[in-house]
Design a protein around this ligand. Structure first.
Ligand SMILES: NC(=O)C1=CN([C@@H]2O[C@H](COP(=O)(O)OP(=O)(O)OC[C@H]3O[C@@H](n4cnc5c(N)ncnc54)[C@H](O)[C@@H]3O)[C@@H](O)[C@H]2O)[C@H](O)CC1
Ligand SMILES: [K+]
Length: 517
């Protein structure tokens, strides 16, 4: 499912209007009519209202005038509060406002905060239509619109957002100061990035996307969006082929470099997850001090001891890792490694000299802090980083709150700047590629917020890379499979107490589910 930015949606709009000759007023009429229909279907029990339409000065408000006219025509008691100077309303919105007034619609122009509060008190709406801002929101919301948003959120009424909850940036899901908390959002043509990426996704309520008549076919390729939502259909398209006649070398050999005293489980989980991802061979290389433990923990995966001091890998391990990498198709680096100066040097050496596909997670990411320059020194070979918001915050020197407020743009820009695939974990994990493509994952549940689940994801990504999966596809497919595995666990026993080991056992079932047409 493609996800549009504001600019990409405007371009599609312009294509329909300027190139195809479809009048904007027709699109607006279609948009408003679809919204009105959805309201009447969903909230019949609220008939005849009162309904308050809160309209801004642009075309989002224009949709609101169409909705007000149609609902009033069907007997609803509708009042439209216009938070704009009538002189400044133009184009299709002005046309629809004029038609609404010609039809006897109750329209009140509001320029004063006190009067707005008073009107809301008087009207006591059962339904509120948020037609304040849509894809045209361009900055922090202040003043009268901000008061309107607060009133909409305080009201007991059901709130239906037109196109987007006002305050959500369509292009990245950022909140522009304040935001409407909608029960339902009716959007047009395609979902926007802001509907699916958090934090915006948290305010959308139930999302309904309706066709307003922009032809889907023949859209110029330069107008097509760069973002996609990963659903089962997209995940299915990313699954690597599996030849019927194969030997264990066919499905690749993953090298996992991980573990340290007290963190041997991370290495084992990554190794097991890789095997459950369909990878042919897995070697888990660990500090010699903990090698015996991994020998016991792991059965199907091979293990190799590496030079260490007090359980932490040293630079002396580098040559052995390079030797092992020569007979592997991918390398997963980081789970449970811990941190030291020697490990930082080792990581830099491996990142800059090994050119096989590489996924770095957990302590591997912490070891990158302060030496991101080594990413651009990397000669060749895809590199996937998989930070959670805390690790991302350390990598870029921001607070977790700042990361979470601006996830989409930060992930996309980081991937491009450092020429890596960035998987930024979260309720809606983002996978960004250096060329600007972005996937947003929608599978999963909060059962994933438990120790070890990240190690499973790392092993899953590494296993898919070793099977020859394209790196952007491997990170995207792994994110979806990881979330889907959590959904399957929860189907039987909820999300509380979900363990990483349970996720691993579900991976083959998820893979089988994807194999079914
Ligand atoms: N193809 C479609 O999706 C169609 C969408 N339609 C609707 O049109 C809006 C987009 O309309 P636009 O006029 O571009 O902008 P908005 O109405 O979203 O914004 C209103 C207006 O507000 C001004 N503004 C921006 N930021 C701020 C701010 N922080 N504070 C105050 N004012 C602000 C800005 O000047 C805008 O003009 C889309 O969402 C749909 O609802 C069409 O109806 C049909 C086709
Ligand atoms: K809106």
């Amino acid at each position: 499912m493609q996800l549009y930015s504001a600019a990409e949606m405007v371009a599609a709009d312009r294509y329909a209007i300027d190139t195809l000759g479809l009048p904007g007023a027709v699109l607006m009429e279609n948009a408003g009519r679809a919204c009105a229909q959805s309201i009447e279907e969903r909230y019949a029990e609220c008939f005849p209202g009162p309904v308050v339409v809160v309209a801004g000065k642009g075309n989002n408000g224009g949709d609101g005038y169409v909705i007000a006219r149609i609902l009033a025509d069907h007997g609803w008691q509708v009042t439209t509060l216009v938070l704009a100077d009538p002189e400044k309303i133009a184009g299709d919105a002005a046309v629809m406002l004029q038609i609404l007034r010609q039809c006897g619609g109750r329209v009140v122009f509001i320029s004063d905060e006190e009067i707005l509060v008073q009107r809301f008190d008087e009207l006591q709406p059962h339904l509120i239509v948020d037609a304040l801002f849509g894809t045209g929101l361009a900055s922090e919301v202040r003043g009268l619109p901000a008061v309107a948003i607060a009133l909409m959120n305080k009201a007991t009424a059901r709130v239906i957002a037109v196109d987007l909850p006002s305050g959500v940036d369509a292009s990245n899901g950022r909140i522009c100061g304040c935001v409407v908390r909608a029960d339902v959002t009716v959007s047009f043509d395609h979902p926007k990035i802001g509907h699916i990426s958090t934090p915006g996704a948290l305010y959308v309520g139930e999302l309904e996307v309706v066709d307003i008549g922009i032809p889907a076919t023949k859209r110029p390729t330069d107008l097509l969006p760069h973002a996609r939502m990963i659903d089962a259909a997209v995940a299915r398209s990313l699954v690597p082929e599996r030849p019927a006649f194969a030997h264990k070398g066919t499905f690749g050999h993953l090298l996992v470099v991980a573990g340290s005293p007290g963190k041997t489980g991370a290495a084992a989980l990554a190794g097991d997850a890789a095997l459950r991802s369909g990878c042919g061979l897995v070697t888990v290389a660990v500090p010699a001090s903990v090698h015996d433990i991994l020998e016991v923990k792991l059965t199907e995966a091979m293990t190799v001891p590496l030079a260490d001091r007090d359980g932490l890998l040293t630079m002396a391990a580098a040559d052995r890792i390079v030797e092992l990498a020569a007979s592997s198709q991918a390398l997963a680096l980081g789970p449970g490694l811990s941190q030291s100066d020697g490990l930082r040097q080792l990581l830099r050496r491996l990142v800059t000299t090994l050119n096989l596909p590489l996924v770095i997670d957990a302590d591997g990411l912490n070891l990158l802090v302060g030496q991101l320059d080594c990413l651009l020194e990397r000669q060749d070979g895809p590199l996937i980083l998989t930070p959670h918001p805390g690790e991302m915050a350390r990598l870029v020197g921001m607070s977790v709150a700042a990361i979470e407020a601006d996830r989409f743009d930060l992930a996309r820009d980081f991937a491009r700047r450092h020429r890596v695939i960035l998987l930024l974990k979260g309720a809606r994990t983002i996978i960004a590629a250096p060329d600007g493509r972005v996937h947003i994952n929608t599978s999963g549940n909060n059962g994933l917020s438990s120790g070890g689940s990240g190690d499973v994801l790392t092993g899953l990504i590494g296993g898919l890379l070793a099977q020859g999966c394209d790196p952007f596809a491997a990170a995207s497919l792994a994110a979806w499979m990881h979330g889907r595995a959590a959904e399957q666990v929860a189907e039987n026993r909820g999300t509380v107490g979900m363990t990483a080991g349970e996720l691993i056992l579900k991976l083959p079932l998820v893979r089988q589910e994807l194999a079914q047409p």
